[in-house]
Design a protein. Structure first.
Ligand code: FMN
Length: 356
């Protein structure tokens, strides 16, 4: 019965999720110079676990101290005080019967160099998004095309951050390959104009993602999860399709399917929208070429949309509904009448008022 599916357990590697619902990763820009989120932002995550979500994601953590940060107040997991702060949150999420997943990212060309200690902006190629940075209201800086040294350094940042997550006790880590950030920039011919072995063909553009996944996998204990997030949309130049067509998207998902990943998270703006003129959703297109457990996100806001989303995916993630409604999981369980929240409403994520 569909009613049971959403709240039925799901086996994920060595874990059993108590239901198919997760809290999507959400950046809150709340940290100070120590790159640790405000306590109320950490407490917010614990409350979502207590409300019954089977998975709780962190915001996207920044993978190095040089060029990875794209927004002020972002968190890192590279120092002992940062590990200690997250260890406590993880413990409480787990005590509520949920899994804690750390998401990590490098912003690449979506950079705000002033917020990075080394003031650098790096990317596959020296190409900016067309749109201005909505936070600075200025054009994004022209990034430096990454050298082989930069590539190694950035991969090492992902590895070190994953080690921080393991030390803090996280059940898993997710490599953020979506939304037009660095890994997505390598995957997409819209931002990757390289002529070396990290550009050109799909295989070339995929190489950086492969190297990040392989390097992180090496440091993940066998009993922890490794996930990857992908999307066809980006935060800047939002209307641009990151993949040229269905074939290219499915080629990349097929390559991800061969990696030592435990699940693939597909991020959409609206999970019901057909993609690439195929008449099929992103989840359905992913499922055709991928045997990994699939997570789907994008305008899932009540029981009906959650159940529909599970037709082509295994786990649903909610962003805005879990941000703005601390009782969302229980409301969905009860089948209460709920409405989607807007992007404008989600700006509350960045205020200093603690969210319930
Ligand atoms: C305030 C806010 C911050 C977000 N930060 C992240 C992030 O750090 N990493 C990420 O992968 N997605 C991020 N997202 C996107 C969400 O994870 C999700 O994909 C998106 O909100 C669509 O789902 P929804 O319709 O349920 O809100 C953010 C969304 C919001 C509203």
């Amino acid at each position: 019965m569909a009613d049971d599916l959403l709240f039925s357990p799901f086996p994920l590697k060595n874990f059993i999720l108590k239901n198919r619902i997760g809290v999507a990763p959400m950046t809150r820009m709340s940290g100070g110079p120590g790159s640790i989120p405000r306590q109320d932002v950490l407490d917010f995550l614990v409350r979502r676990a207590r409300n019954g979500a089977a998975l709780v994601y962190t915001e996207a953590l920044v993978t190095d101290y040089e060029s990875a940060q794209g927004y002020p107040g972002q968190a890192r997991l590279l120092t002992q005080p940062q590990i200690e702060a997250w260890r406590e949150v993880v413990r409480e999420i787990q005590a509520a019967g949920s899994l804690a997943i750390m998401q990590m990212f490098h912003c690449g060309r979506m950079a705000w160099p002033e917020v990075n200690p080394a003031h650098r902006a790096i990317a596959p190629s020296a190409v900016t998004p067309k749109q201005e940075n909505p936070l600075t209201q200025k054009p994004y800086p022209v990034p430096e095309a990454m050298s082989p040294f930069d590539i190694d350094h950035v991969i090492n940042g992902f590895v070190e951050t994953a080690k921080g997550a393991v030390a803090a006790g996280f059940d898993g880590v997710e490599i953020h390959g979506a939304h037009g950030y660095l890994i997505n920039q390598f995957l997409s011919s819209y931002s990757n104009k390289r002529t070396d072995s990290y550009g050109g063909s799909v295989a070339g553009r995929y190489r950086f993602a492969h190297e990040v996944i392989q390097a992180v996998h090496q440091v993940m204990p066998k009993d922890r999860l490794l996930l990857f997030r992908i999307s066809n949309w980006a935060i800047a130049d939002m209307k641009v399709s990151q993949f040229s067509d269905q074939t290219e998207y499915q080629q990349i998902v097929s390559l991800l399917n061969k990696e030592p990943l435990d699940a693939l998270s597909v991020s959409t703006y609206d999970f019901q929208e057909p993609a690439f003129g195929s008449g099929k959703t992103m989840a359905a297109l992913s499922r055709e070429v991928c045997d990994l457990p699939l997570l789907i996100c994008g305008k899932i806001y009540d029981r009906a949309t959650a159940e529909e989303a599970l037709q082509h995916a295994d786990i649903i993630l909610s962003g805005k509904s879990t941000l703005l409604n601390p009782n969302w999981v229980e409301d969905v369980r009860e089948g209460r009448s709920l409405k989607p929240f807007t992007s404008d409403q989600s700006q509350v994520a960045y205020t200093t008022e603690p969210l319930l």
